[in-house]
Design a binder for this molecule. Structure first.
Ligand code: PMP
Length: 416
């Protein structure tokens, strides 16, 4: 009868739990299309040539290689400088003065997940306990916000399953109806926006739609949290894909800050190394003291969870970002990855000959959102040992020359 005895099993993780199931599957034809890890046409998780070169530099560098001591709580100084330059000078040149004027509070984080978690803890402690998430979204978002102090998690309509379109009008009407009625200066509410390659649907608002969305959330004094886990995977161009950040910065004047949660997991293939960042862009009126206060408050939050971020991956990222030739190679590596994903998407379409070409071609990024019902997803798993996430998301990176025909046949069968 002790409280310990009353602990019940939690449901398995919506994404990683499926890989456990996959690993136990004995069908030699099994295909795991659940996780967003890039694999080449041989089904191997590869290291980008730029990242592999950077690794060799790190490994052969006496001082970098031998120093295994702790990083500072807020991360490595040179890494921070390089990432800030990459994000705010190179990706957003029109707003580079934000850096010159020291308006950005920045910490290295334990990948993108760590960035969202630290942002949640900070926001819920000081500014807001209400957040709006898109419906659909990455399954971990609700988990992160609810476990890090957010009391109210609201869902905004994002994706219309029947048409495969983003429902901008409905989304903004919902915000207007709910947030517009509150005292949004006293009790501001946060909103999570996927920077590009919306996960899981692969469909993002157009630039024109983003203008309307940004105007509305600004008018409602909401707090934008931009989750940028797939920079480069939409167009193949890392800089182009920072458009949402550029547009939000151009709008400017976010009175409770603009939060950017950024990850190098996918675009540098540094998944397990945990390399990312959180930056908080302060409003123009913020004083030096405000920035220093934010910097100082982020530290005890990080300290209470993992003390300081891991060291190896950020050294590799730092070398890629510091060396112009390696950086250009990295840009090409991302482009090559995206080209392969485009090719797979196209080949699947040709094989399937489904009538909804518009939706097929409109989607981009690492995933194809099949819009299958749970019953169809289950049939793929049970009959064909093909694993998708339960919402019908299929990771294109797990598709290759050896399994595409088997996969196409199975997809065609369950869609009949
Ligand atoms: N946001 C979204 C939308 C994601 O898909 C992911 C990765 N699956 C993340 C954040 C965080 O990724 P990571 O912690 O691996 O950097």
């Amino acid at each position: 009868n002790s409280p310990l005895g009353k602990v019940r099993r939690a449901p398995p993780d919506k994404i990683l739990g499926l890989t456990e199931h996959f690993n136990r599957d004995t069908n030699p034809k099994k295909v795991n299309l659940t996780v967003g890890i890039y694999k080449d046409d041989h089904g191997h998780v590869t290291t980008f040539p730029s990242v592999a070169k950077a690794q060799r530099i790190v490994d052969s560098h006496e001082e970098l290689n031998k120093n295994l001591s702790y990083l500072p709580i807020n991360g490595n100084e040179v890494y921070s400088k390089r990432v800030l330059d990459f994000l705010y000078r190179e990706s957003c040149p029109d707003n580079a003065e934000l850096l010159d004027k020291d308006k950005i509070s920045f910490v290295q984080t334990l990948s993108g997940t760590g960035a969202v978690a630290i942002a949640s803890k900070f926001l819920s402690a000081f500014i807001s306990k209400d957040v709006w998430l898109p419906n659909y979204s990455w399954a971990n978002h609700q988990n992160i916000f609810s476990k890090n102090g957010f009391e109210n998690i609201h869902l905004y309509s994002y994706y219309d399953l029947s048409s495969g379109q983003v429902m901008v009008e409905k989304w903004l009407q919902e915000l207007e109806d709910a947030v517009g009625r509150t005292d949004n200066v006293k009790t501001p509410q946060a909103i999570l926006l996927h920077a590009c390659c919306h996960n899981p649907t692969g469909v993002d608002p157009t630039r024109e739609e983003w203008h309307t969305i940004i105007d509305k959330i600004h008018e409602l004094n909401m707090i934008p949290i931009i989750d940028m886990a797939y920079q480069g995977l939409e167009s193949g161009n890392l800089i182009d894909d920072a458009y949402l950040l550029r547009m939000c910065l151009a709008k400017g004047g976010w009175s409770n800050g603009l939060y950017l949660c950024q990850s190098f997991a996918k675009d540098m293939g540094l998944y397990g190394e945990g390399v990312g960042s959180l930056s908080i862009v302060l409003p123009p009126a913020a004083r030096v003291e405000n920035k220093l206060a934010l910097d100082s408050q982020l530290k005890p939050i990080i300290r209470s969870i993992y003390s300081s971020p891991p060291g190896y991956g950020c050294r590799v990222a730092k070398v890629v970002l510091s060396n112009e030739a390696l950086k250009q190679q990295w840009f090409r590596d991302v482009q090559n990855m995206v080209q392969r994903l485009h090719g797979v998407r196209h080949k699947l379409y040709e094989n399937l000959q489904w009538p909804d070409l518009v939706n097929f071609e409109k989607q981009h990024g690492m995933f194809y959102f099949t819009r299958f019902k749970p019953k169809q997803v289950n049939e793929l798993k049970e009959k064909y040992s093909i694993y998708l996430t339960n919402d019908g998301r299929l990771s294109l990176s797990g598709v290759n020359s050896s399994n595409i025909d088997y996969l196409s046949t199975a997809l065609g069968k369950v869609s009949e």
